[in-house]
Design a protein around this ligand. Structure first.
Ligand code: PHE
Length: 340
């Protein structure tokens, strides 16, 4: 055995391993489980005790030699890799990330929210898949109201009581059902209507609902709040105009127009040469609606409004086609990078 050990030693001393493959071949041949050295150790176990002593020491030295060589070559290979460097030039400027930007509808939504927050309004939201009670019945819609027709509203075939909400007014009901006045909240969200898609209409769009219920809330509060909003949103010279209107859930009701901030009332194609643009529906919360939510209309009054976010955004940026908002065209979206 001593002879084999000697022979292996001079073999190892004569080897020069310069590549990964050679170093690995060396490891397998001499040090792996079935390699020469572990096998010599197996044989060592079989020897009578007095021989073990003589063979054990040189065999251990042989093992250490092989391990030292392996370590040395592996380290050399590592150094050489470091000299060449990783496969890139760290001095080059970085490739700029394509960072997304806020969607124009969100920019408008944030702006609307921040104006009302300063007036003490909380932000609330509710479900887009809604039941008939919260979208229609509690809001005082009569049984045969046209909005309940299949042509106008997306109903859910499996359960005719469920539908895609047609406005954010459902959140008014949800809030009043679970919270006692005073309630002062704005409720942004997506709504759905069964309409053919065109430059001016889409099957979904966005609204911000507003609700203020407390003792002695009056129509003057509604008017003043929306006047303040219009000046903050469109500039301090903006005027508002209220036109009588009808909603089942408000009485009296009014459409809110703002003076056209493009032509300042002179007339342009944005305001269709009228000098005014409509931005919201509004009114005093109908006593039946308060009652449906367990609020006593003798004690409390409230106002509500609902504003279209698309409409306001189109006016702000001079956008003339509603479809642009949902087409995900980067050429359109990237134009709003720095605007808020
Ligand atoms: N929900 C109404 C709409 O979608 C808007 C509105 C909200 C009107 C609140 C009055 C009060 O047209």
């Amino acid at each position: 055995m001593l002879e084999i050990i000697d022979q292996t030693k001079s073999e190892i001393l004569s080897i020069q391993a310069g590549s990964h493959e050679q170093v690995e071949a060396f490891r397998i041949k001499y040090l792996s489980r079935k390699g020469i050295i572990p096998q010599l150790f197996d044989q060592l176990k079989e020897l009578p005790p007095e021989q073990k002593k003589n063979v054990g020491k040189p065999l251990n030295e042989l093992k250490q030699l092989a391990e030292a060589k392996l370590k040395e070559w592996t380290a050399e290979l590592g150094n050489r890799m470091a000299d060449v460097g990783p496969d890139m030039d760290l001095t080059l400027p970085p490739v700029p990330d394509k960072i997304g930007s806020r969607h124009p509808l969100n920019l408008t939504r944030y702006l609307i929210i921040s104006i009302f927050e300063r007036l003490g309004f909380n932000v609330a939201d509710g479900p887009e898949i809604e039941d008939d009670w919260h979208n229609f019945t509690a809001l005082n819609f009569p049984e045969n109201h046209p909005a309940r027709e299949m042509q106008d509203t997306f109903f859910i075939a499996r359960n005719p009581d469920m539908l895609l909400r047609t406005h954010t007014s459902n959140v008014q009901i949800r809030l009043m059902e679970k919270q006692k006045p005073p309630i002062r909240a704005i409720m942004p969200g997506r709504v759905y209507r069964n309409e053919a898609i065109s430059a001016r209409a889409h099957c979904f769009f966005h609204q911000v609902e507003g609700l203020y219920v407390d003792r002695t809330v009056s129509f003057a509060d509604l008017k003043q709040t929306l006047y303040h909003f219009a000046k903050e949103m469109f500039g301090k010279n903006t005027k508002i105009r209220l036109r009588p209107s009808f909603f089942p859930f408000t009485e009296p009701s009014a459409e809110i127009d703002v003076s056209c901030f493009i032509c300042h009332g002179k007339g342009c194609n944005i305001c269709k040469y009228s000098g005014w643009v409509e931005i919201a529906g509004s009114g005093m919360v109908h006593p039946n609606v308060l009652r449906n939510c367990g609020i006593d209309p003798e004690e409390y009054t409230g106002f509500a409004f609902g504003m279209g976010i698309e409409r306001v955004t189109m006016l702000r940026y001079g956008i003339n086609d509603l479809r642009l908002f949902s087409e995900n065209d980067i050429r359109f979206l990237k134009q709003f990078k720095k605007v808020l």
